[in-house]
Design a protein around this ligand. Sequence first.
Ligand SMILES: [Zn+2]
Ligand SMILES: [Zn+2]
Length: 505
Amino acid sequence: MIHSAVLLEDLHREAAAHLLRRDGQEDVTFALWHPSQGRDRRSSIVNELVLPHDGDRLVHGNAEVMPQYVERALAEALARGAGVALMHAHPLGSGWQGMSSDDRDTEASLGPSAFGATGLPLLGMTMAGDETVAARLWVRSGPRRYQRRECESVRVIGQRLQVFFEPRLRPAPTAGRTQVRSVAAWGPTAQAMFARLRVGVVGAGNVGSIVAEILARTGIGDIRLIDFDSLEVLNLDRTLGATRLDVLLARSKVETAARAVRRSAVSRSQRVEAIEFSVAESDGFRAALDCDVLFSCVDRPWPRAVLNLMAYAHAIPVIDGGILVRTIKGERMRGAEWVAQVAAPTRRCLECVGQYDPGLVSAEREGYFDRPSYIAGLPEDHPIKRNENVFIFGVADASLEALQFLSLAVAPGGISNVGAQTYTAAAGCLSSDYSPCLSTCLYSGPDILGRGDHSGLVVTGRHETAEQTRETRRREQRRLPKRILRSGAGIGDRIIELLERRVAN
Ligand SMILES: [Zn+2]
Ligand SMILES: [Zn+2]
């Protein structure tokens, strides 16, 4: 199991203001955290500081925590159902900080009481003078035995995404000759961050297949493609990298997109995984929770609602897009709009921006969208009936999403938030909206924000359409040999794949 920690951006700023003292002495603060359990990664999300009062600690070069302060932090954690974090500063250090023997003694002695009171391990954090944050968990390994587990990264998320990597677990790779031009555009630090990010693409259709290509060529080190759907003839005019042969071989959309990523990868250590589940199913959800950034390339309300929860409860930034085409009686195009925005703490959520109708989420969960009688009863312009993601618009929307990602992670010119963008094709203009969430919004409120698995909302469930689609695909794949022989296809494709694998190795 990999460990990672998350700090909401506001708290990172607040902690820096408290910990990095003008007099250069070390200071300390407690904080509260909630777990977010992915498939391969366990994240600890810090969503509240418990700052010291007068007399709670002694500052004499380094800081000493008084018992009353420990008790108050434990009581606050119990009241919130949270874990306890202890954060201290190394004002003279820069980069990911190691631990002094004093640091180890302090945290090792607090570990048992934190675990005893909350059932969650103590999270230790160190902030360097350059505001880099290092983190580790004190995990119980037996009776009265606690082991230190270093986090592989600390993610700070809000208006911007910053990721600090543990230098031994996640060393910065050097970019190869294939990335010379990319490094020239945004510099080696950004490229080294891209190479170590795990990015999920949810939905591998039109926009998703293009986003995956952009990520592969940009040198994103680890890409997860999440979609249950099969590739069909109808998808061929709008899915990058998909061929008739893929349809004939009954391939899934993610399998096809994963092959394209492998072919386009510029990084030798590129990892890609095809996950044939919906993000609304438990397996897809857990795989998505392992990601540092998610791209929302879905068009249904249920997966969008799931992604919205991830953006706020689990503090994983979600870059969302969407396309709407207006026609005159289906005969002539009147106009088209596409949008791109980032859902993340302190930014407007997908529900408040109107990207999905929460009322339709339960209709989809109950399977109404796949009942012909339900669909027939809907008006012609209902969002569920429309499906206009054609390639031209898909490329444009994928490009807007990629630019949102670049702003979020690199902040060109110091600007990380370019607002929720809408491109109006008829007029050819791009507009930005910086409105916050509605005051009644649950997602940006304290009951959900940064509460991870403790949000109390169950958004995943049995997805009958996904199950049936996988079953149909398996059945068709079992019948494959006959189909391939009949068509005479498949052999050339195999040879190309074998050659490519040999070149890659
Ligand atoms: Zn220290
Ligand atoms: Zn909202």
